[in-house]
Design a protein around this ligand. Structure first.
Ligand code: F1P
Length: 358
C-alpha cells in the first residue's frame, strides 16, 4: 500500500527509529538486574572462543557483536549466519577451544536460528545462549539460557531499535565480562545523550534524500563498522527496494569502485582507529565523482571537504561506545528513500517479519 505524503511520521517503523535513545536506556537498566548478564560475565579458567549466530539483520548484528566482543574481552569471536551452521557444521569446528555460542533472533522464531541453536547445543554440546526481543520463544527452548529484551521489540517488519538494543546489550556484557565498568558506564551516558541528536540527524537526512535521487548505494566500514555497513545496505534495500552493497572500506578500491557514477551514494562509516586510511578512500571516491556521505562521531575539515553530507553524532565515548548509533542515519536514509518512492515503511515489499521454513 502506497504511503500518503508525510504519512511516514505515523508509521511504526519511524516511531521505533526515533525511540532508540530512550529504549537503549531502559535496556541497560534491565541488563544491570538480569541474571543472564551475570552468567555471561562469569569466566572459567579456560579462555573461551565465541560464535555469534543470526540471520538477516541479526547476522549483521552478530558481526558487530563479535568484533566488539573480541576488542573488549580479548576472547576470539566470529559471526556466522544460521544457515552455515546447518549446511556446513564442520566449519563450526565444535572442537575449538572451549567454544560458546550466542544465537540472536528478534522474533526467536526464525527457523535457521532455532535449528542452529538446537544443533549447537544438543549435537555439538556447545554452551548456547539466546538473545531475543520476544518472550517464551522457540529459541529460548533450545538455549541453555536466554535474554529477552521485550522493551526493544518492534511492530515493524524491518529491524531498527531491536538491532541497536541487542548490539549495545552484547557490548555491555562483553565489557562486564572484562571488568570494564567504565565502558558499561559510557554506554549509559551515550544512550542518555543520543535522543538530543535525533532531530538534527533526521532533518539532515530527510532534506538530503529529498534533494537527491540515486541509482545505487554503497556502504563502507572497517572492523566493527563493517557489520554496521552490512546492516545499512540491508536497511536501504529492505525499505526502499534499492540496489545496495557493502564492503570493507579499503576493499572498495580493489575493483568495486568501477561502479561509481554521480548517481552512486557512497556512505563511509569513519572509525577512529582507521580514520586516516578511510579518509583517503573518501577523498578518492569524491574525486571519482560519487556522492559521498560521512557518518562519524566527530568530523574534521578534511572529512567535511570530501563529503557532500556529514552526519556527525558528537557523542561522548570511544569508537565502540558509539558504534550502534552509527546505523541510525542509514535507517533514516532507507525510510526516506522508500517514502520518496511512495513505499510504506511498515509494509516492505516481498518481506515477512519472520522467515519460518517448513
Ligand atoms: C531475522 C530477519 C530480519 C529481516 C526480516 C526477516 O529476524 O531475517 O533480519 O529484516 O524481518 O527476519 P529475527 O531472527 O531477528 O527475528
Amino acid at each position: 500500500m502506497a504511503i500518503a505524503p508525510n504519512g511516514h511520521a505515523q508509521s511504526d517503523t519511524y516511531k521505533e527509529i526515533l525511540s532508540q535513545g530512550d529504549v537503549w536506556q531502559s535496556v541497560l537498566q534491565e541488563l544491570k538486574l538480569s541474571a543472564f548478564s551475570e552468567q555471561m560475565s562469569r569466566s572459567n579458567n579456560r579462555k573461551p572462543s565465541w560464535l555469534f549466530v543470526g540471520c538477516g539483520t541479526s547476522f549483521y548484528l552478530a558481526d558487530g557483536a563479535a568484533t566488539s566482543w573480541t576488542l573488549l574481552t580479548g576472547e576470539p569471536a566470529r559471526a556466522v549466519p544460521g544457515s552455515e551452521i546447518l549446511l556446513y557444521p564442520a566449519l563450526t569446528r565444535p572442537e575449538a577451544a572451549n567454544l560458546h555460542a550466542v544465537v540472536i533472533s528478534r522474533s526467536g522464531r526464525t527457523s535457521e536460528a532455532v535449528r542452529a541453536a538446537r544443533l549447537l547445543r544438543k549435537e555439538m554440546h556447545i554452551p548456547t545462549f539466546g538473545i531475543t526481543c520476544a518472550a517464551k520463544s522457540a529459541l529460548e527452548a533450545e538455549c541453555d539460557s536466554t535474554l529477552a529484551l521485550k522493551t526493544a521489540d518492534e511492530m515493524s517488519t524491518v529491524m531498527t531499535r531491536s538491532f541497536t538494543s541487542m548490539l549495545i546489550s552484547l557490548q555491555w556484557m562483553a565489557a562486564r565480562r572484562a571488568g570494564n565498568a567504565e565502558f558499561c558506564n559510557s554506554l549509559e551516558i551515550m544512550a542518555a545523550q543520543f535522543a538530543t541528536r535525533m532531530p538534527s540527524l533526521t532533518e539532515q537526512m530527510e532534506g538530503f534524500v529529498e534533494r537527491n535521487t540515486f541509482e545505487d548505494y554503497v556502504f563502507l566500514g572497517q572492523g566493527p563498522f563493517h557489520g554496521i555497513a552490512r546492516e545499512a545496505a540491508l536497511k536501504v534495500m529492505e525499505m526502499s527496494c534499492s540496489y545496495s552493497q557493502s564492503f570493507h572500506t579499503l576493499e572498495f578500491r580493489h575493483g568495486p569502485k568501477a561502479i561509481v557514477t554521480p548517481r552512486t551514494a557512497l556512505t563511509f562509516f569513519l572509525s577512529q582507529s582507521g580514520r586516516q586510511a578511510e579518509l583517503e578512500v573518501l577523498e578518492e571516491m569524491k574525486e571519482l565523482g560519487g556522492v559521498t556521505i560521512a557518518v562519524c562521531n566527530r568530523a574534521d575539515e578534511n572529512v567535511r571537504r570530501a563529503s557532500d553530507l556529514v552526519l556527525e553524532l558528537n557523542l561522548p565515548g570511544d569508537e565502540l561506545t558509539v558504534l550502534a548509533p552509527h546505523i541510525v542515519p542509514s535507517q533514516l536514509m532507507g525510510l526516506f528513500a522508500g517514502v520518496g518512492k511512495g513505499l510504506n515503511p511498515d509494509q516492505p515489499k516481498n518481506l515477512t517479519r519472520v522467515v519460518v521454513l517448513d
